[in-house]
Design a protein around this ligand. Structure first.
Ligand code: GLN
Length: 565
């Protein structure tokens, strides 16, 4: 079968959940036994989101092959349960970058290089590149909102692809907002009509309209939208707000969306097997207990910045039937005086990844609190580095121990910038320019890690070697290895050449572990990540003995625990 393409555009406004819709449609088609892939096209000029502030753009998601991508790729991986890579995310920046590179090389043989056809051709070949492994269906999500200047070249490219590939191989799905005016009890279709018209004015006739709405749209409203938007009456679907993002695939299935897609694209008729999704949603609604985890970080105001982390914790709770209530604690606001109050009631403390010195002292205080009070702790990337610095300062008594990221001149650089390391993926030595501590290459993507026997790490993974994804510049400094080990901080995961420390843990603590990689990128709703699973389990054990702490937490007005599901 030739690959069929589904293009998903968005209208009216952003943040309607296009990524989740794309991922959910992918999950439904995969459940029908089809080979599916997904790609995101982002209209911004950055070549990738690696340079973007998570405050603005949300989390930077990292793939096995080391691509820094849009966070929607995280949804794609979690819903499709298959790895994404560099070819699953393109930006206007990356497209222009290759067009300009070709122009400089003289590839265009003296021609005038233009948006049409040169940029649009580049976009088309990016789209086609995602289906090179003979996928049955490729879902292409176009970032931005129809009507934006930036996304025009992408829309022109997908318009052309319908004639290039044949009508029967291309489907356009348009996601819009259908506002429900509570006071009047009315549903408004006008914004949708306008947005579909806008799309038509650039030559694209939507085949399916997916309407994000607070309430279910009845047949009458759907018929009205179909009439005005020129689609089949049974091609209008409600994407109703749901409590958990994992309910979206089943919600769209109940609407019959995947069936309509299959009919329009002439895909083999087959009922999807959605048992796993049904079990998952059942568990989401039948939690047995509540576990409280405090996340102590810098970007605490924006949940989007810790998207995968948030999901990984939810996944871990799902397995043990625990609802995990997350409290985001801003490390910049932590002081010796308010520390106890802010972290009171937390059954587990997590310090996530991050860059820069801001808020570090607060993170170190949170680590110390977890270590001394035997509260389960998980430190991720920068979080592990903080655990190392805290231990060096307060247990090894190296007062000025630090990371060179925060203090390049420290006499005890327990975390330092490596100039050279062996890249197991590319089987080559990588070197780094250390003239600037801010710049320089990062260690990116999947790297192997060998686990030491009789450690929490090994207990969690139950295997000798694992592969995990990285995104950082600094590393544990092996010069101090013996001192740490002697004082009770075990180096429980190392690179195969034993030069890089990937996991640390405390010997004498219920559960205290730090990893240099980002395990959250590998967690799946059906298969929680072993480290998150064991961390949440350790936190669960705390719930049994912490009634007193719980009641105190309820009194602490600063601590806001909200639903994680
Ligand atoms: N800033 C640290 C480093 O570059 C940690 C990065 C991270 O947490 N992703 O090594």
């Amino acid at each position: 079968m030739k690959t069929k393409f589904i293009f998903i555009t968005g209208g009216v406004l952003s943040s309607l959940g296009k990524g989740l819709a794309a991922a959910s449609i992918g999950a439904l088609l995969k459940a029908r036994g089809l080979k599916v892939t997904i790609q995101k096209l982002d209209p911004y000029i950055n070549v990738d989101p690696g340079t973007m502030n998570p405050f603005q753009h949300g989390e930077v998601y990292v793939t096995d092959d080391g691509a820094e991508t849009d966070l929607d790729l995280g949804h794609y991986e979690r819903y499709l349960d298959q790895p994404m890579s560099q070819i699953n995310n393109f930006t206007s920046g990356s497209i222009y970058h290759s067009v300009i590179t070709k122009e400089r090389r003289g590839d265009y043989l003296g021609g005038t290089v233009q948006v049409i056809p040169h940029v649009t051709d580049e976009i088309k070949s990016a789209i086609l590149s995602v289906a090179r492994k003979e996928e049955d269906v490729a879902i292409i999500e176009i970032g931005g909102t129809v009507g934006d200047i930036e996304s025009l070249p992408f829309l022109e490219a997908i318009r052309q692809l319908r004639s290039d590939l044949g009508k029967e191989n291309v489907l356009y799905i348009h996601l819009t907002l259908v506002p429900y005016i509570k006071a009047a009890g009315e549903i408004k279709t006008k914004p949708t009509q306008h947005s579909v018209k806008e799309l038509r004015s650039i030559g694209i006739q939507a085949d399916i309209i997916l309407c994000r709405c607070e309430v279910d749209l009845d047949q009458e409203i759907k018929a009205k939208i179909a009439l005005f938007c020129n689609v089949d009456p049974d091609a209008v679907f409600t994407a109703k707000d749901v409590q958990s993002i994992y309910e979206v695939p089943l919600m769209l299935y109940d609407e019959g969306l995947d069936q309509k897609v299959a009919i329009l694209l002439k895909l083999p008729a087959k009922n999807p097997n959605l048992q796993d999704w049904k079990n998952l949603v059942h568990r989401l609604h039948h939690f047995k207990r509540q576990v409280r985890i405090a996340i102590v970080g810098k970007y605490v105001n924006l949940k989007e910045s810790y998207k995968s982390l948030h999901e990984a914790i939810v996944h871990a709770g799902l397995e043990s039937e625990s609802h995990v209530a997350l409290s985001y604690v801003n490390s910049e606001e932590l002081t010796e005086q308010n520390l106890k109050k802010k972290l009171e009631g937390a059954h587990g403390i997590l310090v996530p990844g991050g860059f820069g010195a801001r808020g570090i002292e607060g993170k170190l205080m949170a680590v110390r609190h977890a270590r001394e009070n035997r509260i389960p702790f998980l430190g991720i990337c920068l979080g592990m580095q903080c655990a190392v610095i805290e231990f060096a300062r307060n247990v090894l008594l190296l007062q000025d121990a630090d990371s060179q990221e925060f203090n390049p001149d420290t006499a005890h650089p327990v975390i330092y910038l490596m100039t050279e390391w062996y890249d197991f993926r590319n089987q080559a030595v990588q070197t780094r320019d250390t003239s600037s501590h801010k710049g320089g290459t990062m260690r990116l993507g999947a790297y192997p890690c060998v686990l030491r026997a009789d450690t929490r790490a090994m207990q969690a993974y139950r295997t000798r070697q694992v592969t995990e994804r990285h995104r950082h510049r600094y590393e544990f400094n092996m010069k101090f290895a013996a001192d740490f080990e002697a004082a009770g901080m075990l180096l429980s995961g190392l690179s195969p050449d034993e030069k890089l420390v990937e996991i640390i843990e405390l010997k004498d603590h219920p559960w205290f572990l730090g990893c240099q990689f980002h395990p959250e990128f590998r967690s799946n709703p059906m298969r929680p990540h072993p480290l998150f699973r064991d961390f949440v389990r350790a936190a669960e054990l705390m719930t049994a003995s912490s009634e007193g702490r719980d009641s105190l937490a309820e009194q602490a007005e600063d601590v806001e625990f909200d639903g994680a599901a």
